[in-house]
Ligand binder design. Structure first.
Ligand SMILES: O=C(O)CCC(=O)C(=O)O
Ligand SMILES: [Fe+2]
Length: 197
C-alpha cells in the first residue's frame, strides 16, 4: 500500500487509495466520534488576530489529535502515517520530521471553499492527507474533494469513499470540499519539515 502511494506521488503528486481502513476499525472510529462529539470545535480560518469562524468558507468542526499520544482508536492511522513519512523521506529526501492532524465532521450542507493548505505562515507544510471515516457514502451524497492544478483547472473529483485515503503535495494542489447530504467525517493532517511539538 505505502509503495503504491509513493509511486503515485512520484507520478502525479497525489494518491488516492481505497480500503485503507477496514469495517471493524471504522466502527470503532464511529463510536469515538459519537462519544466525543461535544469536544469538537468550529474550525476557524485565518491566523493570529484574524482567526475567525467563517461558515461561508468552511463549516467543519474539528478535534485535534496529538500524533505523539493518540487515543487508542487512532493508533493504527498514526502508525500508517509514520511509515508513510519514513517512506517519503527514503524516496524523495523530503526531510519530513513531524505531522499534525485533526478529526473533522462537516454537518450536512457545509463545505470548505477552494483553498491551498500552504500559505506564507504555513510554509513547512509539505504533504496534506485525509482519511474518510463515515461508515456509509452513497452515489448522490456529494461531499467530493475537488483537486485543482496551479491554473485552477479541475484535475480530479474524488468521492470520499469510507475507509479511503488521499494525500497530495500541499504546495501544488488547491482543493475544495463540496457540500454533502449526510455528515462527512475525516481525519486530516499535514506533514512538516520541522518538529511541531
Ligand atoms: O476533507 C477533505 O477532503 C479536505 C479537507 C481540507 O481541505 C482541509 O481541512 O484543509
Ligand atoms: Fe485543505
Amino acid at each position: 500500500m505505502i509503495e503504491q502511494i509513493i509511486q503515485e506521488i512520484e507520478g502525479k503528486g497525489w494518491s488516492h487509495r481505497t480500503g485503507v481502513i477496514g469495517p471493524t476499525e471504522l466502527a470503532e472510529i464511529k463510536d469515538f466520534f459519537d462519544h466525543r462529539r461535544s469536544e469538537f470545535v468550529p474550525a476557524k480560518v485565518g491566523k493570529g488576530e484574524n482567526l475567525q469562524r467563517a461558515e461561508n468558507i468552511r463549516g467543519d468542526y474539528t478535534f485535534w489529535i496529538d500524533p505523539h499520544e493518540p487515543p487508542a482508536t487512532f493508533r493504527h492511522l498514526v502508525h500508517f502515517l509514520t511509515e508513510l513519512k519514513e517512506a517519503l523521506n527514503g524516496h524523495f529526501f523530503l526531510g519530513l520530521k513531524d505531522f499534525e492532524c485533526h478529526l473533522a465532521y462537516y454537518p450536512p450542507g457545509t463545505y470548505y471553499t477552494k483553498h491551498s493548505d500552504r500559505h506564507g505562515l504555513e510554509s513547512s507544510r509539505v504533504l496534506s492527507f485525509i482519511f474518510y471515516l463515515h461508515d456509509e457514502w452513497n452515489e448522490n451524497d456529494g461531499g467530493e474533494l475537488v483537486i485543482y492544478d496551479k491554473d485552477d483547472s479541475i484535475l480530479e473529483t474524488v468521492k470520499p469513499v469510507p475507509g479511503s485515503f488521499i494525500c497530495f503535495l500541499s504546495e501544488k494542489f488547491p482543493h475544495e470540499v463540496k457540500p454533502a447530504k449526510r455528515e462527512r467525517r475525516s481525519f486530516t493532517g499535514w506533514m512538516h519539515r520541522k518538529i511541531l511539538y
